[in-house]
Design a protein around this ligand. Structure first.
Ligand code: ZN
Length: 160
């Protein structure tokens, strides 16, 4: 069985940025499950893993446009402190929900807190980064009907 659409795959991974810093890793944890072909993982990684077998490992570098997107300078904005009056304990790094002109919610992160304004950034924290993955495929199985309907993996301990 190989990694392809509708298969549940468990992988171990270590993710590094361009500087070689480890950003995330599944080591010391359970392998991460995902359904191939459902966008559970970033598109560039999904493409690279296609066709791999259990026990295979690989090194994959994924460009920003196939990962968390390019960095948009215009997504960094100053908003008046007054607009945030209801929020207690405003801190740098805090995530706030905002709305676009169509009323769709999106997340911004507090970048800097100034006297009368707060600078927020709607870029994903990994936007603009080329991501370097070391991946090993631990297991591959068929997805259940429920999993395919829900678009995510159900573990034995929790189903929803
Ligand atoms: Zn579910």
């Amino acid at each position: 069985m190989t990694v392809k659409k509708d298969k549940v795959v468990e992988m171990h991974y270590t993710l590094k940025n361009d500087s070689g810093d480890v950003i995330d890793s599944s080591k010391e944890k359970e392998p991460m499950p995902f359904i191939q072909g459902f966008g559970n993982i970033i598109p560039g990684l999904e493409r690279a893993l296609e066709g791999m077998k259990a026990g295979d490992s690989c090194e994959v570098s994924v460009k920003p446009e196939d990962a968390y997107g390019i960095h948009h300078p215009e997504a960094i904005q100053d908003i008046p402190m007054k607009a945030l009056q209801g929020i207690d304990n405003l801190t740098v790094g805090m995530e706030l929900q905002s709305q676009d002109e169509q009323g769709n919610p999106f997340i911004v992160r507090v970048k800097t807190i100034n006297k009368k304004t707060v600078t927020v950034d709607a870029n994903h924290p990994l936007a603009g980064e080329t991501l370097h993955f070391s991946v090993s495929i631990e297991s591959i199985r068929e997805a259940s009907k429920d999993e395919l309907e829900h678009g995510h993996v159900h573990s034995s301990s929790c189903s929803h």
